[in-house]
Write a new protein. Structure first.
Lengths: 493, 453
């Protein structure tokens, strides 16, 4: 029985449960709803929840675990050599699964009967051709062992599905029955429903934890895989980034240093643009600007933050890059020939800086506004001008917060992807010239993971190691920044 | 802070400290510093606004041409001898004639067109003249014939898509000099184009296909459109909305109204604030590893994109929802509790409805952010060149490989042909129109329903 049918049955059961439990509660009170402990709808909801919630939970867990369990049973049939290697194992298992799915599709479209699908053999009929007829493309010819495993896979899956249907429906019916039996005028239905809702709320809050756990695990497993194929010290201290996709695992140099250099260099340029502009904008807007000016300029500046990064990327590639080339390029206005192509660290850094202006300015604005008015008044009372007050009283007081804001902006810059993918070029270089093409950690994650790479070559897996370092760096920056900002806020509360 | 002008007091004695009305050199310096400081602020803001203006100008100037397209109007004689050799109008036989069978007909039509207009040119062979048309033009005629086989044997007027070079020439993107190095079209073609444009045979009309069409191969930029990618984005946003709104609101209600002050709550809060700052590409890695590598969901499917973006949007929604729950005054809760509501009832019957406008505003802004996100989509395979077929129905809309608007723009930006750059800018206009609409709705919601307590 497919999962969607089970789902429909569960929903039907819980709807039925709602009405019969409501009826039973009213009947137990002799038709007078005033003698019930809770409102009638709570008795109904209680039964509906009892029928649906545990059953859905089991269904969900079963659907996640069943493929994992079957996978591990089947993969024990694989040759030892294949089993030892995680990547090749997953490749082989993907083949098995594709064939099994293909056979299922063939049966469901009527191209094969169910018996035919079970009896299909490599020699007798061409499996690949028959599956191609129903639109399932297989990469290579099917060998006997794989087909055997695919058949086993199908068998286990169908038994699993039968047990799944039985287990889930038993639980649903059981829950419904228990809730129905418990329904009585003195039963505290509302409390029970509210407990259930509260646990749903807690479960929703836990999604945040699950996401973090998911990120950490997906990074750790694949990074570990990568380091088992590529020496860690070559990754962390290598100065050359030259992945080769032709020879698998052959002569690739996957050095991390040029990438992190590019990342930091471009982020530095971006901060050099964004911090002064953002900070002065914030100061002017919060201390000098009249109300109407502020109410127009602030949203306008914040528009910069709402524009998607792909737009900035295109702007860097097609507008800023050529413009910079006209100034600093070979035949440029300055005639200096520093720049040989439109994509460069400067291009990406400049545009990223523009993107970060509103980020820095709105954070600093908040922080400057949080400085107590009494400090301003005190300074004015001593005869200081407005700018003296700002420079000598407000900025020092707001400094920790501003540093926090700059750190947050830095973490944004380091994690920014589309602008550098389009604007910074693709060559990894350890250069000091800002007009040279550079590349970053994020850009290389994209280039190593897009396309049909399977998860078994160091060239693909390196992306996870890069992601891991990126995650650690930005996480550290964020934690420090949030800690500074929070501490600073407490100071003036 | 003295800004009065110096007026020397005649006859009066000047003591060594100077008059209060005098501007001493020190005051002058301080006032100058004040003005300078102010000017720095103005300069900073102006630079920011100039950047914004330059960005918008670049988008509009480069993107608007994508919304018109050049077409050539011509009469094509649909010779029965070529298209239906057996002469029995059997639809299967007609379908067997590929676009190659239609090319000579179009070539002949172009020859007649040029001859009728009396253009003096060294090109007179239909095969070469056909370079002015898109390579999709033959397919356009073929589909018309297959739709209506009765057209065979007649002469019909077709409005056929011009090639990207001709289109570029009409829009000023391509000029004669740049054509010198271009093998696809010669300056002689442009003479014909000039002549035909003068009498309206070649014309630019509004390009609906750009908004509704599919992505095209690298050599046919004139046919590429955003339609499928828009649908992909739509299905993805549906997933994000359906998942992130309930989960986000439920999590915020727990954290704001029920959570006790303990380690566990702190841990959740730290997680949320950190997730809000994790780079989007890391969510792409998460989506790839968990949904595709582990859970074996279909690659490139909008549902996977939606799930990934949901996780990315959740912190935004939780943060804004908590803010709007917090802004509902405690007196509302106390009043509800006072008349006998349970804690849960006070929250769901009173606090939540009052906080709803703020929650919706935050959700729309979160969705707008997710709509513009590109990097995670590239990692889970929703790259632009996939968007070549419309999904068959709702289920395939969620599950079949598709792209999304920003990924489609990225794909066009990567292609070498400058005609695709125009498409990319045009795509950005479409994307920004969606974002602007969403933000306007959010602002209107806030204006209309916001309460000050």
């Amino acid at each position: 029985m497919p999962a969607s049918w089970i789902l429909l049955i569960i929903i039907a059961l819980s709807v039925i449960g709602y009405f019969i439990a409501k009826q039973r509660a009213l009947a137990s009170g002799g038709g007078d709803r005033r003698v019930l402990h809770s409102l009638p709808k709570y008795y109904g909801t209680n039964a509906a929840l009892a029928a649906a919630a545990p059953a859905l939970l089991i269904l969900g867990i079963w659907m996640i675990l069943q493929p994992v369990v079957i996978d591990s049973i089947i993969s024990s049939n694989l040759p030892e050599a294949v089993q030892a290697d995680r990547g090749e194992r997953s490749l082989a298992m993907a083949d098995v699964q594709r064939i099994a799915d293909g056979l299922d599709t063939a049966v469901s479209r009527g191209a094969m009967t169910a018996d035919e699908a079970v009896d299909i053999r490599v020699g007798a009929s061409n499996v690949r051709e028959r599956l191609a007829e129903v639109g399932v493309a297989l990469g290579s010819e099917v060998d006997a062992n794989t087909l055997q495993m695919a058949q086993e896979y199908r068998a286990l899956t169908s038994t699993g599905n039968i047990w799944r249907a039985i287990a889930v429906l038993v639980v649903a019916l059981g829950g419904l029955a228990i809730a129905y039996m418990m329904t009585h005028k003195d039963f505290r239905a509302r409390n029970s429903v509210e407990r259930a809702i509260l646990s749903l709320l807690i479960a929703a809050a836990c999604v945040a934890i699950l996401t973090t756990v998911g990120i950490v695990f997906s990074l750790i497993f694949n990074t570990h895989d990568f380091f088992s194929r590529y020496p860690a010290e070559d990754f962390f201290f290598g100065t050359r980034w030259e992945p080769s996709f032709s020879g698998r695992g052959g002569a690739s140099d996957l050095g991390f240093l040029p990438l992190i250099w590019g990342t930091l260099f471009i982020s530095l340029i971006a901060l050099l643009v964004a911090v002064p502009l953002g900070l002065f904008s914030a100061i002017y807007l919060s201390e000098y600007a009249s109300k109407p000016v502020r109410s127009i300029v602030k949203p306008l500046l914040e528009m910069l933050a709402g524009i998607p990064t792909i737009v900035y990327g295109l702007f860097a590639l097609l507008t800023v890059g050529p413009l910079l080339l006209d100034v600093f390029g070979r035949d440029g206005v300055l005639g200096v020939n520093w720049m040989s192509g439109g994509t460069a660290a400067m291009t990406a850094g400049l545009v990223m800086g523009i993107m970060l202006i509103p980020f820095v300015s709105s954070l600093s604005d908040d922080i400057i506004n949080a400085v107590p008015q009494a400090m301003r008044d005190g300074s004015f009372g001593l005869g200081a001008t407005q700018s003296e007050t700002l420079r000598q009283v407000i900025l020092p007081a707001a400094l920790p917060g501003i540093v926090g804001a700059i750190l947050l902006a830095a973490s944004r810059a380091i994690g920014e992807t589309m602008i550098v993918v389009l604007g910074a070029g693709a060559a990894a270089s350890l250069s000091l010239n800002p007009f040279e093409a550079m590349t970053t950690v994020t850009a290389k994650i994209v280039s190593q993971l897009t396309g049909d790479g399977e998860f078994n070559s160091p060239e693909t897996l390196v992306a996870f190691a890069l992601g891991m370092t990126l995650f650690v760096i930005t996480l550290a920056l964020n934690i420090v920044a949030l800690w500074i900002v929070r501490r600073y806020r407490e100071q003036y509360e | 802070m003295t800004d009065l002008t110096t007026t020397p007091t005649p006859g009066g004695k000047r003591h060594s400290y100077g008059s209060l009305l005098d501007e001493s050199p020190r005051t002058k310096k301080r006032n100058a510093a004040e003005t300078r400081f102010r000017v720095y602020g103005v300069i900073a803001i102006s630079i920011g606004l100039i950047f914004l203006a330059a960005l918008l100008f670049a988008i509009v100037r480069n993107g608007i041409p994508a919304f018109t397209q050049t077409y050539i109007v011509m009469d094509v004689e649909l010779t029965a001898a070529k298209l239906d050799k057996k002469g029995n109008r059997d639809i299967e036989d007609i379908k067997k004639v590929s676009t190659f069978g239609y090319n000579p007909l179009i070539g002949t039509a172009l020859e007649t067109l040029v001859a009728e207009n009396g253009v003096e040119t060294e090109i007179n062979k239909g095969k070469e003249l056909r370079d002015m048309l898109s390579s999709g033009a033959a397919a356009q005629v073929r589909f018309a014939v297959i739709d209506n086989p009765d057209l065979i044997g007649t002469t019909q007027e077709f409005t056929l898509l011009a090639g990207s070079r001709v289109d570029g020439y009409m829009k000023g993107r391509v000029d004669r000099e740049s054509l010198a190095r271009d093998p696809n079209l010669s300056p002689a073609h442009l003479d014909i184009v000039d002549a035909l444009a003068a009498d309206g045979t070649i014309k630019r009309i509004f390009n609906w296909d750009f908004i509704t069409g599919t992505d095209a191969s690298e050599s046919r930029p004139e046919q590429a459109g955003m339609g499928v990618a828009i649908l992909g984005s739509f299905f993805m946003m549906l997933v994000v909305l359906l998942l992130s709104l309930p989960i986000g609101v439920a999590a915020s209600i727990y954290l704001e109204e029920f959570a006790p002050q303990n380690m566990f709550t702190d841990f959740i809060e730290v997680n949320i604030s950190n997730l809000a700052a994790v780079p989007s590409i890391v969510f792409g890695i998460l989506g790839l590893a968990v949904f595709i590598q582990f859970a074996h969901l279909p690659q490139s499917a909008p549902i996977v994109g939606g799930l990934t973006l949901t996780l990315m949007t959740l912190p935004t929604i939780v943060i804004s929802t908590r803010a709007s729950l917090k802004s509902v005054p405690p007196s509302i809760r106390s009043a509800a509790l006072g008349v006998g509501a349970s804690k849960m009832q006070s929250v769901f019957h009173h606090v939540l409805p009052l906080a709803m406008p703020g929650i919706l505003t935050g959700t729309i802004i979160g969705l707008a952010q997710a709509l513009g996100e590109t990097a995670p989509l590239l990692l889970i395979g929703m790259v632009g060149y996939i968007a070549t077929n419309y999904p068959d129905g709702v289920a395939s809309g969620f599950l079949d490989p598709n792209s999304a608007m920003p990924a489609q723009i990225f794909e066009w930006a990567k292609r070498a042909d400058p005609a695709y750059y125009e498409r990319a800018w045009g795509g950005i206009i479409i994307l920004l129109v969606f974002l602007l609409t969403m933000n306007l709705i959010a602002i209107l919601l806030r204006r209309r329903f916001e309460r000050r307590w």
